[in-house]
Design a binder for this molecule. Structure first.
Ligand code: MTE
Length: 332
């Protein structure tokens, strides 16, 4: 059950928003239904197309409370500002991509089946010493803060989310990678009995993503443990997910159980399924269309359509990492 509480800290950004930008969620869903995209082969637009599918009939027992609930809310880091209002919490937590629980947007009930305790995170590969750490010990070791980031999906919708968590650089510091490590590969849990999507053998489970070491230690790369001043809900990737706001949302892997340091560039989940459409870098760029649709604008979950910005508006923090990389497909 989602109980919506408006907090004091939500008010200033909301007040700064022209009313015309607000449309109700039904208007958004109607908009999506009006323009379905053709799905050629497996791909993310499949869930865009099915945005209106209803799975309200899924019966899942009430999930036990999260043991870290008392840690939130945490102080917002005002270095990361954004000139758009926060997305309504109810919209953000009921419109999700989490293929482990279905290839449509309304997986929030089904995802409550995810068991988030006990939960351990393994750090291995090219590190001084591999380790497995309990999620609560990890969260309590880390400096938690809140960051309001724009979250832009490759399907051309976006939201503005107050994530709580800690800089990924802190996790890298804890991991003590060898100097030869060039990438960090992240994996989601794999439990087909619990997650019906993982019984669909045509997907290359478990979900996998990767960043270069430079990206993983960039100040924007953020490990998410909470959202809207509470522990992150299961459908948004509890108990630990990535937010890399200059990249398309599919890079932001959910429910992570493993970080492996390596010198080999990984092939990520979507890249393996459809390499023509989804690459390794996946940086946001309005001028580079997806093979099946434009990326010039995005539909906000609050309603309305806005221009998409290069690196999702975070160029000042990240563009230096991609200098002199001619020949790399940086934007899809
Ligand atoms: N992580 C896992 N494990 N499984 C997924 O299906 N979907 C990705 C990403 N992380 C996905 C995932 C995609 S396509 C997007 S757009 C974002 O999660 C969606 O995050 P949200 O549901 O919190 O908005």
């Amino acid at each position: 059950m989602f109980i919506r509480k408006r907090r004091g800290w939500e008010i200033p950004e909301r007040e700064a928003t022209p009313e015309a930008l607000y449309l109700d969620r039904r208007t958004l869903v109607r908009g999506l239904a009006a323009g379905p995209l053709l799905l050629a082969g497996g791909g993310l637009a499949g869930c865009y197309e099915q945005a209106t599918a209803s799975h309200d009939d899924v019966q899942v027992a009430e999930a036990p409370p999260d043991p870290t609930a008392g840690l939130y809310p945490v102080t917002r880091n005002l270095r990361y500002r954004i000139d758009r209002p926060l997305t309504d919490e109810e919209d953000a937590v009921t419109y999700n991509n989490f293929y482990e629980f279905g290839s449509h947007k309304t997986i929030h009930r089904a995802a409550q089946a995810l068991k988030i305790r006990p939960w351990t995170v393994t750090i291995d590969g090219m590190v001084e010493e591999p380790m497995t750490i309990d999620i609560d010990a990890l969260i309590r070791k880390m400096p938690l803060e809140e960051r309001v980031y724009s979250h832009r999906c490759v399907e051309a919708w976006s939201m503005v989310v107050p994530w709580s968590g800690f800089p990924m650089a802190k996790l890298v510091e804890l991991a003590r990678p060898l100097s030869s490590a060039r990438y960090v590969v992240m994996r989601t849990f794999h439990d087909p009995e619990l997650a019906p999507g993982q019984r669909q053998h045509w997907y290359p489970w478990p979900y996998l993503e990767g960043l270069t070491m430079e990206e993983a230690t960039n100040e924007l790369a953020f490990m998410v443990t909470g959202v809207y001043g509470k522990p992150v809900p299961r459908q948004m990737g509890a108990p630990l997910r990535l937010a890399a706001p200059w990249k398309y949302g599919f890079k932001c892997i959910k429910s992570i159980v493993q970080f492996s340091f390596t010198d080999m560039r990984p092939v990520s989940f979507w890249e393996e399924i459809q390499p023509r459409e989804y690459g390794f870098w996946a940086n946001v760029n309005p001028e580079v269309p997806h093979p099946r649709w434009s990326q010039a604008t995005e539909r906000t979950l609050s309603g309305g359509r806005i221009p998409t910005k290069l690196y999702n508006g975070y160029g000042e923090f990240v563009q230096h990492m991609y200098k002199d990389m001619e020949g790399e497909r940086l934007f899809a």
